[in-house]
Design a protein around this ligand. Structure first.
Ligand code: FAD
Length: 410
C-alpha cells in the first residue's frame, strides 16, 4: 500500500487510530498532526492523579516515541491543520506546509466551553483540558489557598476532591439546583453533594448566573449580583466542552452538534472520516444519534474507523460508558439516561456502594454504579441485550445481582 492517511489531531482517538491502523495491516504512510506539544495522551488523569501530583507526565502517554518510530507513524506536534482542500485532497498546516492525503481522519476532539463572565481573563482563572492547563495551575494548589470551582460537573467535582485533599479551602458554585444534574439522578447528586460536604467542600448550587470575577490583575473574588463576595486566590472553570468542528465546517462537511458520521465513521465526504469527541454518530443499539465525550467512545470509534480504512466494514454499536473518580468513590455510568420514567436504587448510599438503575417501563436503559463494579459490568451486557427487568425485584438486594442478570439474559 502506498496510500497516505493524514490524521488531524493527536489526542486519544488519533493515537488509538494510528495503532489500530497498523494492527489492521495498513502499511501505507500515516501522518498524525497535533497542535499540542505532546504525543497522544490520556486526559482522565488530568483532573485526578496528575493534578494531585501522583502520576508523572510520561505515564499519561498512550504510546511512547519509540512505538511511533518503530511503526513508521510520522507525528508532527505543535502543528495545526489550518485548512482542508477537498478537491485537491490536501491539508494546509499552520506553518504553511501542504500535505496530500488519500484519506483524512479528523480526530480534533473538543475544547472547553468558555465563560463570558467579566473578569474571566484575570490571572489565576483556569480551564482544564490539557497537560499545559494542569501544569499552569498545579503549583498553586497549596494548603489554605482559596479555590472556587465554577461548575459542578465531573471535572469540577474531581478538581474539588483533589484540592480539598491537598488542604485548599474549596467552594464549588453551580447554577443548577444540584451537582452533575445533566447526567445523574437526584439521588446520586444528593449522595455526591453529601460526600463532598463531609470532606469539607462548600457546595453552593442554584448560584446567581450574573456573578462576576473581580480582582486587581489577579483574581480576588467572585461577586454576586447582590454584591456579596466569595474570596478566591484561584478559580477553575469546568462548564462543559464544545466539539472542534471549525475545520470540518470550513471544508463544507455536514456538521450538527459535531461532525456528522455514519456507523463506519465516514463523513459526508467519502475520503474523510471522523472519530471521537468531535463526532455526531448513529448508534443502532440506542436507536439514535449522539455525541459523546468519553475515552471509551474515542477508542472504539478509532478502531471502527481504522477497520473501515483497512476495508473491513464493522458498524460502531457500543453501549456508551464513562467513569469519574472522586475520593474513594468510583462512579461508573453505562447507557444514556434522560428518556427514563423511573429510577430504582439498589444498595445503600450510606455504605458508599450502590447503583441507580434508569428504567423506561421495564426496559433497563442506564445505570450509575458507585463502587459497584459487578453491577456496572453486568449492566453493560443487560443494556446491550435490551434486557427487561422488574423494578421491585431489581431493588431487592437479598437476590444477588448476578442471579437477576442471568435471569434477564436467559
Ligand atoms: P481529544 O483528546 O480532545 O484530542 C483532540 C486533539 O486534537 C487535541 O490535542 C487538540 O488540540 C487537537 N486538535 C484539534 N484541532 C486540531 C487541528 N486543527 N490541528 C491539529 N490538532 C488539532 N473520559 C472518560 O471516559 N472518563 C474520564 O474520567 C474522563 N475524564 C476526563 C478529565 C478531563 C480533565 C478531560 C479534559 C477529559 C476527560 N474525559 C474522560 C474525556 C476524554 O478524555 C475525551 O473524551 C477524550 O480525550 C476524547 O478524545 P479525542 O481524541 O476525541 O479528543
Amino acid at each position: 500500500m502506498s496510500e497516505t492517511i493524514v490524521i488531524a489531531g493527536a489526542g486519544h482517538a488519533a493515537g488509538q487510530a494510528a495503532v489500530s491502523l497498523r494492527q489492521g495491516g495498513f502499511s501505507g504512510h500515516i501522518v498524525m498532526i497535533g497542535e499540542e506539544p505532546y504525543l497522544p495522551y490520556q486526559r482522565p488523569p488530568l483532573s485526578k492523579k496528575f493534578l494531585a501530583g501522583k502520576v508523572e507526565l510520561d505515564r499519561l502517554l498512550i504510546r511512547h516515541e519509540k512505538y511511533y518510530d518503530e511503526h513508521k507513524i510520522e507525528v508532527r506536534l505543535s502543528t495545526r491543520v489550518a485548512d482542508i482542500d477537498r478537491n485537491k485532497k490536501s491539508v494546509t498546516l499552520g506553518d504553511g506546509d501542504q500535505l496530500a492525503y488519500d484519506r483524512l481522519l479528523l480526530a480534533t476532539g473538543s475544547k472547553v466551553r468558555e465563560l463570558d463572565t467579566p473578569g474571566i481573563d484575570l490571572e489565576g482563572v483556569h480551564y482544564l483540558r490539557t497537560i499545559d492547563d494542569v501544569l499552569k495551575m498545579r503549583d498553586r494548589f497549596q494548603p489554605n489557598a482559596r479555590l472556587i470551582v465554577i461548575g459542578a460537573g465531573y471535572i469540577g467535582l474531581e478538581v474539588a476532591a483533589v484540592a480539598v485533599k491537598k488542604g485548599l479551602s474549596v467552594t464549588v458554585v453551580e447554577m443548577a439546583d444540584r451537582v452533575m444534574s445533566r447526567v445523574v439522578a437526584p439521588e446520586v447528586s444528593t449522595f455526591f453533594e453529601r460526600v463532598h460536604r463531609e470532606e469539607g467542600v462548600d457546595i453552593r448550587c442554584g448560584r446567581d448566573p450574573n456573578s462576576v470575577l473581580t480582582g486587581d490583575g489577579r483574581v480576588r473574588a467572585l461577586r454576586a449580583h447582590d454584591g456579596s463576595e466569595l474570596p478566591a486566590d484561584l478559580v477553575v472553570v469546568g462548564v462543559g466542552i464544545v466539539p472542534n468542528v471549525g475545520l470540518a465546517e470550513a471544508a463544507g462537511l455536514e456538521c450538527d452538534n459535531g461532525i456528522i458520521v455514519d456507523e463506519y465513521c465516514r463523513t459526508s465526504d467519502s475520503h474523510i472520516l471522523a472519530i471521537g469527541d468531535c463526532t455526531n454518530h448513529p448508534n443502532n443499539l440506542l436507536g439514535r444519534r449522539l455525541r459523546l465525550e468519553s475515552v471509551h467512545n474515542a477508542q472504539e470509534q478509532a478502531k471502527t474507523a481504522a477497520a473501515t480504512l483497512c476495508g473491513d466494514l464493522r458498524p460502531y454499536n457500543e453501549v456508551p460508558w464513562f467513569w469519574s473518580d472522586q475520593y474513594d468513590l468510583k462512579l461508573q455510568i453505562v447507557g444514556v439516561s434522560g428518556e427514563h420514567d423511573a429510577v430504582v436504587l439498589r444498595g445503600n448510599p450510606d455504605e458508599r456502594s450502590f447503583a441507580a438503575f434508569y428504567m423506561k417501563g421495564d426496559l433497563l436503559i442506564a445505570v450509575d454504579a458507585i463502587n459497584s463494579a459487578r453491577e456496572f459490568m453486568l449492566s453493560k451486557k443487560l443494556i446491550a441485550m435490551g434486557a427487561r427487568m422488574e423494578p421491585e425485584i431489581l431493588a431487592d438486594t437479598s437476590i444477588p445481582f448476578k442471579d437477576l442478570a442471568d435471569a434477564a439474559l436467559a
